[in-house]
Design a protein around this ligand. Structure first.
Ligand code: ACO
Length: 315
């Protein structure tokens, strides 16, 4: 498939590191040095489905397609106010999509998983157009008393419209099941029959171990996939890495030995927006006119699971 439209949407409230330091034992200096994050957009009165719908409508507008032209809709989301129906259906009703649709929860690599799913449907001859939205509110997952997690996240949505084309060159998906590196628990509705204990536990993160997994999976997968495809690293125009920590991105740059200028970043202003991170960055770069036909663009992301995913596409 081929990307012909991108869109993104962010909540209006911008929370700076200094604002966090008003109620947490932290500082702008610590957060910037350890993560590269200066501020993030945080949901206040917005609903996530409205951000998702805004991103979808912007992507559709750029593509020139109507909702009725879309054959398949994939929504990537970790948490939202809706348990059911899937967020895809909630967003679809807002924008007028009526095609088959699915929701995936592949944590932060959700956009790359979604690219692989739509490409597989396309190769099977089932679809000619597709729409992906990644809508995330990870600021509702961490405890705002936990300075080690809540400082990392921001909210937002990113979308992409795809149509027929042989631009997707390949994808590598990788899983190392290890739940208690990044996890969160919530209690469910009580019944007269439940005898087990359930707990609400906000997001827990083994930061250093996730850091190592991110750098290792990013460098290994990017090198492996390019080698499998017979594409040299210096033929790659852009590498869009999940925006979780500037130091993770810097380490991948160093290990790969690629100029940092090939790695666009927006983490300073957005923080980690989970699976929305790659498509928001994609949309911002696309609207700046950074991608030229024939450019080789790599996406690479990692997250809870532990999951990681990398894909290569020609623009
Ligand atoms: N302000 C000040 N001090 C802090 C803060 C803070 N916000 N947070 C932690 N500290 C302290 C710790 O308490 C610790 O103090 P101690 O030495 O007295 O015990 C010290 O700073 C070092 O803490 P570490 O956790 O070891 O710091 P580290 O350098 O590893 O940075 C971080 C932590 C930023 C979380 C880093 O490990 C990281 O980015 N890991 C990857 C996280 C990630 O990307 N997760 C994916 C998220 S899941 C998803 O994407 C949805």
């Amino acid at each position: 498939m081929k990307i012909i439209g991108t869109g993104s949407a962010l909540p209006k409230k911008v929370v700076t590191n200094d604002m966090l330091a008003e109620f947490l034992d932290t500082s702008d200096e610590w957060i910037v040095t350890r993560t590269g994050i200066k501020s993030r957009h945080v949901i206040t009165d917005e609903h996530l489905e409205d951000l998702g719908a805004e991103a979808v409508l912007k992507a559709l507008e750029m593509s020139g397609l109507q909702p009725s032209d879309i054959d398949f809709f994939v929504c990537s989301n970790v948490i939202s106010e809706y348990v059911t129906p899937g967020l895809s259906c909630v967003i679809a009703e807002k924008v007028g999509l009526t095609c088959p649709m699915i929701d995936i929860n592949c944590a932060c690599p959700g956009f790359v998983y979604a690219l692989d799913i739509v490409e597989t449907y396309y190769q099977a001859g089932k679809i000619k157009t597709a729409l992906i939205v990644c809508a995330e509110e990870p600021t509702r997952m961490a405890s705002w008393q936990d300075r080690g997690t809540c400082i990392l996240f921001g909210d937002g949505a990113g979308a992409a419209v795809l149509t027929a084309g042989d631009n997707m060159k390949g994808t590598l998906l990788h899983t190392e099941p290890d739940v208690y590196k990044i996890w969160q628990l919530q209690t469910l509705v009580e019944t007269p029959f439940i005898t087990k204990q359930e707990q609400n536990i906000p997001m827990q993160l083994k930061g250093r171990e996730v850091f190592r997994f991110a750098v290792n999976s990013g460098t290994t997968q990017i090198s492996q996939l390019l080698q499998d495809l017979g594409i040299a690293l210096d033929e790659v125009s852009w590498i869009l890495v999940h925006q979780a920590n500037q130091r993770i991105i810097d380490s991948i740059v160093e290990y790969l030995g690629v100029p940092a200028s090939k790695f666009p970043v927006n983490i300073a202003d957005h923080g980690n927006t989970s699976s929305a991170s790659c498509p928001i960055l994609l949309d911002e770069c696309n609207r700046k006119g950074m991608f030229k036909p024939g450019d080789i663009v790599v996406f690479s992301a990692f997250g809870a699971g532990l999951l990681s995913a990398t894909s290569v596409m020609e623009w």
